[in-house]
Design a protein around this ligand. Structure first.
Ligand code: MV4
Length: 453
């Protein structure tokens, strides 16, 4: 592997360029006409314009991305997150064209893309799953029969969904028929596949995800967990590692489950095994994410392992160069996602051009951002402006450093708004500071946290 094509934009494109530089790899970045004058485009060794601003005609258009890789004589492709990152078809097309795809095989990716099939495979592998179906539920009548067995509340989920899209909680028998029809219609519209599966619905859980890394030779390790329970409507707002809810023994247990599950589906590369943690301390497997995630830096900060460099090395065929016993979680890290959104108006996008910018820095602060003065924040793309990460010897120290970093952050521009003040409120909130929160936290406390008086 010598030259890597980066099929992404923004902060993650920059992050991948940096990992490539550290490894002595050349970089080619693709970009839309809108992104011509951006930091990743200027920083990469080469750049290829692949289309207009609309993602469907540029960053999501496989032929343009693959053509750019071949024309620039890249020998590998890193998809980042979002866009085509979990597209099994892209992985297959790369392989057919002699390009190393930085991620799992097309087959493994397709396996975990079907969430019901993943449930079947993980059940076989011995992972704990909530009561539910391991195949799509074909009819309303079948849904009623399943509900009879598992009870209410239950949740209907699209087999092609994930990340909280295409799901409906059903609290009683009288709501099931309508919910089934509506969720199926939504799934058909969103994923072009109306297949649904059913699970018992778990209230008041935490979202715990385990970072795994597998090589092409059947070896896998986990790098501990992230707690992503501060979220709103399935959008993560703040993440941390380790979870304040886990003991070292729980970490070992859920980590071993995660590695076993990943190896069972023939996974290669970096990935995430997502679990819910209930009030009794039990883990329930939810789904697998076959990509590097936005929140990977908190894991890097507590393990000292460069996950993007690791992705590139295992994609190149290298055997895992460390074992589970070499992975040590040290201290605590928190990440705040600074989005171009207004929390007081339902997180509505607030885009514009950055005129005044100050990014935090200093001891134990890491900022991953593509922003500069003059950056145009476009409604065509993700609202993520910057990830501010703070490390500390313990949770309290990382929270204190995060408050210092947030106070240094200034992002201004006509029309722009950010989630900075919300983060300051969370980092000053006793409920969050006292051992973390469950998934209902932000929905329940948002109004109170963003109140101006
Ligand atoms: C659930 C659940 C409770 N019970 N499944 C959302 C994202 C996707 N990966 C799985 N998700 C959930 N699945 C069962 N059986 C709770 C979530 C969930 C969630 C639900 C409501 C509100 C916010 C949530 C945030 C994360 C996960």
């Amino acid at each position: 592997m010598r030259r890597v094509l980066i099929a992404n934009r923004g902060e993650i494109a920059l992050r991948i360029i940096r990992a490539c530089r550290d490894l002595g790899l050349e970089t080619v970045v693709v970009h839309s006409t809108q992104d011509r004058d951006t930091r990743p485009v200027r920083m990469a060794d080469a750049a290829v314009c692949i289309g207009p601003p609309e993602p469907a005609r540029s960053y999501l258009y496989t032929p343009a991305v693959v053509e750019a890789a071949l024309a620039s004589r890249a020998d590998a492709m890193h998809p980042g997150y979002g866009f085509l990152s979990e597209d099994a078809d892209l992985a297959a097309v790369c392989r057919e064209n002699g390009l190393t795809f930085v991620g799992p095989s097309a087959e493994a990716m397709a396996r975990v893309a079907d969430k019901a099939e993943t449930r079947a495979l993980m059940t076989e592998a011995g992972l704990p799953l909530l009561p539910g179906t391991t195949a799509a539920v074909q009819s309303e009548a079948e849904a009623f029969a399943v509900a009879e067995e598992i009870g209410f509340p239950l949740i209907l989920k699209a087999t092609a969904g994930g990340g909280g899209r295409g799901m409906t909680v059903v609290r009683g028998r009288e709501h099931l028929a309508k919910a089934f029809r509506e969720t199926r219609t939504q799934a058909k519209l969103a994923f072009n596949d109306g297949s649904l599966y059913i699970e018992r619905y778990l209230e008041g859980a935490r979202h715990i995800e385990v970072q795994i890394l597998c090589d092409a030779h059947g070896n896998g390790v986990h790098l501990g967990e992230r707690d992503c329970s501060v979220q709103r409507r399935h959008q993560k707002v703040l993440e941390e590692a380790p979870s304040p809810a886990l003991t070292p023994a729980m970490r070992d247990d859920v980590g071993a489950l995660a590695v076993r599950g990943a190896l069972a589906v023939g996974y290669q590369g970096a990935g995430t095994m997502e679990f819910l943690l209930d009030a009794e301390g039990r883990f329930w497997f939810m789904e697998m994410n076959a990509r590097i995630q936005v929140e990977h830096p908190v894991t890097e900060m507590v393990t000292g392992i460069d996950l993007v460099a690791a992705q590139l090395r295992v994609a190149a065929g290298e055997r895992l160069w460390f074992g589970q016993e070499d992975v040590k979680v040290t201290g605590h890290a928190i990440e705040c996602r600074i989005n171009a959104e207004e929390p007081r108006s339902g997180f509505a996008p607030r885009t514009g051009t950055v005129t005044d910018l100050a990014l935090p820095a200093g001891p134990w602060i890491r900022v991953d951002s593509h922003l500069e003065a003059g950056t145009h924040v476009s409604p065509h793309y993700d609202a993520l402006l910057a990830k501010v990460v703070a490390w500390g010897a313990d949770r309290e120290e990382s929270a204190r450093r995060m408050r210092r970093a947030l106070a240094e952050l200034r992002v201004e521009g006509r029309g722009l708004a950010t989630t900075r003040d919300l983060h300051e409120a969370v980092l000053g909130d006793a409920e969050f500071l006292d051992g973390g929160v469950t998934l209902d936290y932000l929905g329940r406390r948002l109004d109170d946290l963003v109140a101006t008086d």
